[in-house]
Structure formats: structure tokens, C-alpha cells
Design a binder for this molecule. Structure first.
Ligand SMILES: C[S@@+](CC[C@H](N)C(=O)[O-])C[C@H]1O[C@@H](n2cnc3c(N)ncnc32)[C@H](O)[C@@H]1O
Length: 176
């Protein structure tokens, strides 16, 4: 298998944690992110992404989680309901593009809106990759602490741990 033939599309890429292992393993990776500061392949809004002219082995999407996190906290229960538009746009892209595999990643609170799913520590994964729970295991909350001072602290807390990216890359390679 030539790994550079494997293609990943990393939507809402941020610090690109989700696709780091694929880059290291020689995949072709395209990242989409609305903030230019993260130097994605495509700077833009996922909700307005044109259909790209290549087949995708793995579509990963990490839509913003702040509103779902808030609704999961008792003192924020009276907040308005989360805006589901980016989740719905992601689902539409998956339906239209038909990637071989997909993963949508978010927080525990998103389960109230998207349905219950598997998780790895604090990362909840909606996916069609077979055997994923057995491969990455089911765990407790993430113990990493990245606080104050660091201007990128917010994004570093959102960055997907390498162990998840690597386990998913290895799984898809095994199916290729
Ligand atoms: C939860 S973070 C992603 C974390 C990322 N997976 C990582 O490993 O670092 C969500 C990202 O989505 C970006 N974003 C928010 N709205 C967006 C949109 N409409 N289109 C593209 N990116 C968006 C934010 O700037 C943020 O970097």
C-alpha cells in the first residue's frame, strides 16, 4: 500500500491534531479552517465548502464545541439551544461526498443533540469506522491541563491527542 494515496480531509482543523499522525505516516492531507492563523490548506467556512475533485478516504470534522459544553453544565442549562447548522453542514458534506470513512468529533454534551456514541477520554466520536471502540479503548476524562498565560490555550485544549489520530490512521491503513 502506498500511504500517499490515502487522502484525509480535516474539517475545522484548528491546530491540526486530528490529522497529525496521517501527515507523519505520509498520507495526503487537506485541512479546512476559518482562521488564517492556523495556515490550513483552505481558509474558509465549512458550511460553504465547494465539492472538491478527489476521493476522500477519511473525512474528519471537529465542529466548535463551546455551546454543547455549556448545555452540559447545570448553571448554563437556561442558555439558548446550540446552533446545529455546522453539524448539519458536516452531515450534508458526508452524504454528498461519500468518504470511505468519517469521524465527527465533539464533547459529551453534543450527545443530547446528535445521539449517544463512543468516546476516548473526553473526545466523543461519531463514526462509521468498524471496531473503533476496541481499537482505541474507552476511557475517562482527559487529564491534560493547559491553562492561562498561553495565548493558544483555548485551541490547545481542543487539539486532538496524537493517540487518537494515530489509532485511526492505522485502522484505515489496515482496511486499505
Ligand atoms: C474544536 S476546534 C478544532 C480542533 C482541531 N481538531 C485540533 O485538533 O486542533 C474547532 C475549530 O473550528 C474552527 N471553525 C469554527 N467555525 C468554522 C467554520 N464555519 N468553518 C471552518 N472552521 C471553523 C475554529 O476556528 C476552531 O479552530
Amino acid at each position: 500500500m502506498n500511504r500517499s494515496n490515502l487522502v484525509m480531509l480535516d474539517l475545522f482543523a484548528g491546530l491540526k491534531g486530528a490529522s497529525q499522525a496521517m501527515v507523519d505516516r505520509g498520507w495526503t492531507v487537506y485541512t479546512v479552517e476559518i482562521l488564517e492563523r492556523f495556515h490550513p490548506t483552505i481558509v474558509g467556512d465549512v458550511a460553504h465548502l465547494p465539492l472538491l475533485p478527489f476521493a476522500v478516504d477519511l473525512l474528519w470534522a471537529s465542529p466548535p464545541c463551546t455551546e454543547y459544553t455549556r448545555k452540559d453544565l447545570p448553571w448554563f442549562r437556561n442558555q439558548p439551544e446550540p446552533d446545529l447548522r455546522l453539524y448539519e453542514a458536516t452531515r450534508a458534506i458526508i452524504t454528498e461526498w461519500r468518504p470511505r470513512f468519517y469521524v465527527i468529533e465533539n464533547v459529551r454534551g453534543a450527545q443530547r443533540y446528535w445521539g449517544r456514541t463512543i468516546h476516548y477520554k473526553s473526545r466523543y466520536l461519531w463514526t462509521d469506522i468498524p471496531l473503533l471502540p476496541e481499537i482505541i479503548g474507552l476511557g475517562n476524562r482527559d487529564k491534560r491541563s493547559i491553562w492561562g498565560g498561553d495565548p493558544l490555550a483555548h485551541w490547545k485544549r481542543s487539539k486532538i491527542p496524537y493517540a487518537i489520530s494515530d489509532a485511526i490512521a492505522a485502522t484505515i491503513e489496515a482496511f486499505s
